[in-house]
Design a protein around this ligand. Structure first.
Ligand code: PGA
Ligand code: ZN
Length: 435
């Protein structure tokens, strides 16, 4: 058997120094699983919410209530269940808190528990976590193509620039290891350029260089320079991706670009991004319009969805029903998958399945508040998702995920590397890796 005999929680600390929840599961066989909940800063309005204590202590962010829910409500209900049956475990969690946003138990408690059970289930089967995920999802494992942040902006850098992530992808690489080498050169070339201009000012929340720029375009220009300085031709082996995270600066069809002190309507925002797509080799773009701007997302996807991957993060919040609605609408052509937006592994796998059913790609993603937990490296691989987004190329909560992918690549029966196949849109596999 693989019966859950004990479930405990403890308070640990995330990469921003904030309290978060760790869950630990023990099975009758002695097998164990452990996981830590991450935390977002630029959260979608409809995603699962973390339960925090409020009040003056620890800035109101303590997790005593979430730990109490784990200990007093979740643990008794899960004891006796088979950890290999993730669906049944997650159904039990959802029965305790049927709210979409996990307001009763806290998404931080449910995420940590659900992921800990996933680990225990894999341990009970004696298989790597990525293999267990593939079994549960019925997918073909594939080592993901990384999306790696070079400059961090938006809510992760005190809103120094409007756009949240300026990233590179290396679809032209032949292995995960080669992606790491090329990204190393680009990341440090970008740092050298910033230092030469007297603009080096540390790093943002996810480890990308602090964006000391006077316009969003200057950040893109500098990114292209860094790629070139690293002896790569932008648009060949290396392409750019952006997380606009437009909900952070746009509501009700009005987008306020603080850095440039101007406001755009939906059409203006789409035109601006269209000019960027013409000027730079951008292959993927996340949340180009706000989470409340359905018409904008549909129009953006209609105009550019055949040449760029349009990823919904805040717009879809890892929710299968929202993915299905967006497929119907023709909004987005890929989904960002964050387990803690859904609150359980099963709901996150369901969102990925809804995307897969429509020929969409999935991007498995970390949060801006992370830890040493490497579950997402396995989830991305097991799902054969195509892309993995973790943040930048420094700070161990980021590097831990990349390093775990290198271990998976080295393991027996390692799945193949996605490479350019990671960049799919409209169900078409992109084979040229170019712009
Ligand atoms: P968050 O940002 O973790 O702060 O929400 C990540 C993202 O928007 O993709
Ligand atoms: Zn995002």
């Amino acid at each position: 058997m693989a019966t859950i005999t004990a479930l405990t929680g403890r308070r640990v600390w995330d990469s921003r120094g904030r309290p978060t929840v760790e869950a630990e599961v023990v099975l009758d066989t002695g097998a164990r699983g452990r996981a830590i909940a991450p935390a977002g800063a630029s959260r979608g309005l409809r995603e699962a919410v973390d339960l925090r204590d409020g009040g003056p202590h620890l800035g109101g962010r303590d997790v005593g209530r979430a730990l109490a829910a784990l200990r007093e409500v979740i643990a008794p209900a899960l004891t006796g269940l088979d950890a290999r049956d993730q669906q049944a475990v997650d159904a039990a969690i959802r029965a305790l808190d049927p709210s979409r946003m996990k307001e009763r138990l806290g998404g931080n408690a449910t995420t940590a528990v659900s992921l800990a059970v996933l680990h225990a289930g894999a341990a009970a089967k004696g298989v790597p976590l990525w293999r267990h995920v593939a079994d549960l999802a019925g997918t073909v494992p594939l080592l993901p193509l990384p999306e790696i942040q070079i400059f961090g902006g938006g809510a992760h850098a005190g809103r120094r620039v409007d756009i949240q992530d300026f990233m590179v992808m290396v679809p032209g690489a032949t292995s995960f290891d080669e992606v790491m080498e090329i990204t190393h050169d680009i990341y440090f070339a970008a740092g050298d350029i910033m230092a030469r201009r007297g603009r080096l000012a540390g790093v943002a929340d996810e480890g990308g260089w602090w964006p000391e720029f006077s316009s969003n375009e200057e950040a893109l220009e500098t990114l292209v320079e860094a790629i070139t300085l690293a002896s790569e031709k932008p648009g060949e082996r290396v392409v750019i991706s952006l997380d606009v995270a437009a909900s952070e600066f746009g509501q009700a069809g009005r987008y306020r670009l603080a850095l440039e002190d101007r406001a755009l309507d939906t059409g203006g925002m789409i035109d601006l991004l269209g000019r960027w797509l013409d000027a730079w080799p951008i292959a993927a773009i996340e949340d180009p319009l706000g989470e409340d701007d359905r018409a904008g997302m549909v129009e953006f996807t209609r105009r550019f969805g055949d040449k760029v991957q349009v990823i919904g993060d805040d717009y879809l919040v890892t929710d299968a029903a929202l993915v299905r609605a967006a497929v119907q609408d023709g909004a987005c052509n890929a989904v960002l998958v964050k387990v803690n937006q859904a609150g359980t592994v099963t709901e996150a796998l369901d969102a990925a399945a809804a995307a897969r059913g429509a020929g969409w790609a999935a991007v498995v993603s970390a949060r801006s508040g992370e830890s040493e937990d490497v579950s997402i490296s396995h989830i991305a691989t097991g799902l054969g998702a195509g892309l993995l987004k973790v943040g930048s190329f420094t700070r161990s909560e980021r590097m831990a995920k990349w390093n775990e992918c290198l271990r998976i690549a080295d393991s027996a029966d390692a799945p193949p590397f996605a490479g350019a196949r990671g960049l799919r849109f409209r169900g078409v596999s992109r084979s040229d890796g170019g712009s």
